[in-house]
Design a protein around this ligand. Structure first.
Ligand SMILES: [Zn+2]
Length: 213
């Protein structure tokens, strides 16, 4: 099953093979059945429009944009400006897992809604074939499907020798392996320089073969 809410796929995504996984779409149309209602086909581009709004310097800066700013900095390990933001988001893909819109930002889905989004998720993984997927937030991490899943040994962070347990991988039916790393949700307290160390550590561990951001 193809997703209704499509991923943002940067034009240079192939350079990094990096997929960022968010949790949900928050729709102010208050359509509880979007994707099935048929009335809002434009909602399919929700994710792309969010990224576009974030990257458009003419759009007034709003609080939610900090989520994207903090996260992109944890990818490169330094402060970024709007030009770098564009380059970074052009080299990654971003997909929101839940295929049912939520009524408020950061609201949790039901167990059934996570389950019901599995097929679309795997179809996105099979299409994009990321090498690394970075998952936003523990809640989403714990709701990800176990199909095709294997846990990895905890990651020992190069920088401070702490252990990080949210690591594993999917082996897709095609044989393609997608490594996964769970991070704190960047909308909350998120120290981008600490997460940069974690992300760099997993890249080394999986022999990340792509061009660095
Ligand atoms: Zn709708």
């Amino acid at each position: 099953m193809q997703p209704f809410f499509l991923p943002h796929v940067g034009t240079n995504y192939a350079k990094t093979g990096l997929l960022v996984l968010g949790e949900s779409h928050y729709c102010n149309k208050l359509c509880r059945n979007c994707g099935h209602c048929g009335a809002h086909p434009e909602c399919a581009n929700f994710t792309t429009n969010v990224i576009r709004g974030y990257l458009n310097p003419n759009v007034e800066r709003e609080g939610w944009m900090n989520t994207y700013l903090k996260f992109e900095r944890s990818l490169v390990g330094h402060k970024t400006n709007i030009n770098e933001s564009s380059l970074i988001w052009d080299e990654v893909a971003f997909y929101n897992y839940l295929q049912v819109p939520m009524k408020a930002p950061r609201q949790a889905g039901t167990k059934a809604q996570y389950k019901q989004s599995e097929d679309a998720f795997f179809s996105v993984l099979e299409t994009l074939r990321p090498q690394l997927m970075i998952v936003w937030g523990k809640r989403l991490w714990h709701h990800l499907p176990y199909t095709y899943w294997s846990d990895s040994e905890p990651l020992i962070i190069n920088f401070d020798s702490k252990e990080h347990e949210e690591v594993g991988y999917y082996t897709l039916p095609s044989g393609h392996v997608v490594h996964a790393l769970g991070v704190y949700h960047p909308s909350a307290a998120y120290s981008w320089n600490e997460w940069y160390n974690v992300i760099e550590t997993i890249k080394k561990k999986i022999n990340y073969g792509y061009i660095n951001l």
